[in-house]
Design a protein around this ligand. Structure first.
Ligand code: GTP
Length: 506
């Protein structure tokens, strides 16, 4: 391993992260300079001012000709919004390129470690996991940007379409937040933003919330990257140090081996010389010769003792290296556990602790493939809590959260181990029932509906009954996942419109 190269690469990694930070601050600057920047004060904000202007005109002057004075403002605002969006898109493209570059550098570091001459085998799995894969975050970032654009359009939309789009955007944003798996401060902020979205009544605040979300997401990605880089750099340092000690020990071992061989040869030659003189008749000369050779052998024995001391210290150093390897092993094990825990979190809904939509996507794919192969019946059912908004409005959002947790637990307990439940979004759940005979399908769904209805909710000392509507379907010949999901959704829609608290099968 070349330490100079490694240091250079770590420097480069650091500089790329610095560049990411620059991009974030330039995004923030753009946001501050932008005409629709996130502000809670709608009066001082162009979008909010413009909307109030329009609302006033609508209420006071229903005659469309009197809107004319507002037209130039509309045109100007729309140009400004477009410019802001273009700037943001550019920022994001730059961020994307920088991320790609960081990814490449991280990849190089990983490759270098993989090629390292001395590397404990335990690091292999870890290195494989460290290979950069930020596709998930990239996709979410682009999605966020699209939502931001929708939020901006919402501010200029006609009132009749506005409510539906606004609710949909709110729930999509909440869904996206649930799919993030950041930790620490960013995670806490995201929970706050999600709560704000679920209580939001003013669409003009939506662009600001989207921008905050983008900012926190960038922050979260940067934090994750920093952690991985720090760990990698520590691992790198430790491996470098160990390689250095190993090289010293290796040359010391070689020197000891050479010295031993030399001593062996020397003793053999002394003994050979004694043997040659043994046949001599001159006993005086023989005595002198033997004394001389014995001194030579004694000298070698003294050297040999020193050699043993050196061997002892070499063994000690190797023992220390072994300890270093053990501590490196436990570090990598710990990091691996953290990565695994993060990975698990990706598929778990933070509120209800059951699977989230990403978990469901994965499981649905598996069940669908199994169904294609074996054609054993597979049922997909969507459960939507009835009038949930009223629960939030009447008893507060926290009571709503608690109700969702309890409903999730009830659904989970009501199903067989082989069935699957996930929170599909907001107050909607999805279940997959495999290997279920179509004629018996209604029984578990009916049991489930009854069990939800019988949960003894008590809010503000008031006994409250919560019901759910269920839309279900079985996979049919020629179905794709999407077509089956759409059918279940339509069935749910019909259950909702048939006074709720019931199951509709399609
Ligand atoms: N407490 C809480 N409420 C949530 C959460 N996610 C979504 N919601 C709320 O769920 C409510 C869903 O409202 P709507 O889509 O109007 O549906 P509904 O009131 O259940 O009415 P129907 O579905 O038509 O019976 C909204 O008020 C959301 O804020 C959450 O995580 N916690």
């Amino acid at each position: 391993m070349d330490n100079i190269d490694d240091n250079l690469m770590l420097k480069e990694l650091t500089s790329v992260i610095d560049r990411l930070e620059d991009i974030l601050s330039s995004l923030q600057q753009q946001e501050q300079q932008s005409p629709t920047s996130a502000s809670c004060d709608t009066d001082s904000e162009p979008t909010g001012r413009f909307i109030s202007h329009w609302q006033k005109l609508l209420v006071e002057q229903p005659d469309s000709t009197s809107f004319e004075p507002a037209m130039p403002v509309t045109a100007r605002l729309s140009i400004e919004l477009e410019q802001q969006l273009a700037r943001l898109r550019q920022g994001c493209i730059r961020l994307y390129c920088a991320q790609q570059l960081t990814g490449k550098k991280l990849q190089q570091a990983v490759t270098l470690l993989q090629q390292s001459a001395f590397r404990p085998s335990q690091t292999d799995t870890l290195l494989a996991e460290l290979e950069p894969n930020n596709e998930g975050h990239d996709k979410k970032m682009w999605l966020l940007l699209d939502y931001y654009q929708s939020a901006l359009s919402l501010c200029t939309e006609q009132h009749n379409q506005h409510q539906a789009h606004y609710h949909e955007l709110c729930s999509r944003l909440q869904q996206l937040i649930e799919e993030f798996n950041f930790s620490g401060e960013v995670a806490t902020d995201l929970v706050k933003i999600r709560r704000q979205l679920s209580q939001l009544a003013d669409a003009s605040l939506m662009p600001g919330i989207c921008l905050r979300l983008i900012e926190r997401t960038i922050e979260g990605c940067r934090f994750e990257r920093k952690n991985s880089t720090l760990f990698l750099s520590k691992l790198h340092g430790n491996l470098g140090e160990m390689q250095h000690h190993f090289a010293i020990s290796l040359s010391e071992g070689q020197a000891l081996f050479d010295a031993r061989t030399h001593h062996g040869h020397h003793i053999a030659s002394e003994l050979r010389a004694i043997g040659e003189h043994l046949s001599s008749q001159d006993s005086e000369h023989l005595k002198e010769e033997i004394e001389l050779r014995m001194r030579g052998i004694n000298h070698i024995l003294v050297q040999h003792e020193r050699l043993q001391d050196r061997e002892q210290s070499l063994l000690k150093r190797m023992g220390e290296m072994d300890q270093q390897i053990q501590s490196l092993k436990s570090d990598t094990e710990h990091f691996k556990q953290q990565l695994n825990a993060q990975n698990d979190k990706l598929f778990i809904d933070s509120l209800t602790q059951i699977h989230n939509r990403a978990g469901m996507d994965e499981r649905l794919e598996v069940e669908y493939r199994r169904w294609l192969r074996y054609q054993s019946p597979l049922c997909i059912a969507l459960i939507d809590i009835d009038y949930f908004k009223a629960i939030n409005d009447k008893y507060g959002h926290q009571a709503g959260d608690k109700a969702l947790c309890l409903i999730a637990k009830t659904v989970q307990q009501s199903l067989r181990d082989s069935d699957f439940v996930a929170r599909f979004g907001g107050e909607e759940f999805i279940i997959l029932l495999s290997n279920i005979s179509p004629e018996h399908l209604n029984t578990p769904l009916e049991k489930l509906r009854e069990q939800i209805k019988n949960i003894p909710f008590r809010f503000k000392a008031e006994r409250v009954t919560i019901t759910a509507s269920i839309g279900a379907t079985l996979f049919r010949q020629g179905d794709s996942i999407t077509s089956a999901l759409e059918r279940a959704d339509q069935a749910l829609y019909r259950a909702k419109h048939a006074e709720r608290d019931q199951i509709v099968m399609d």
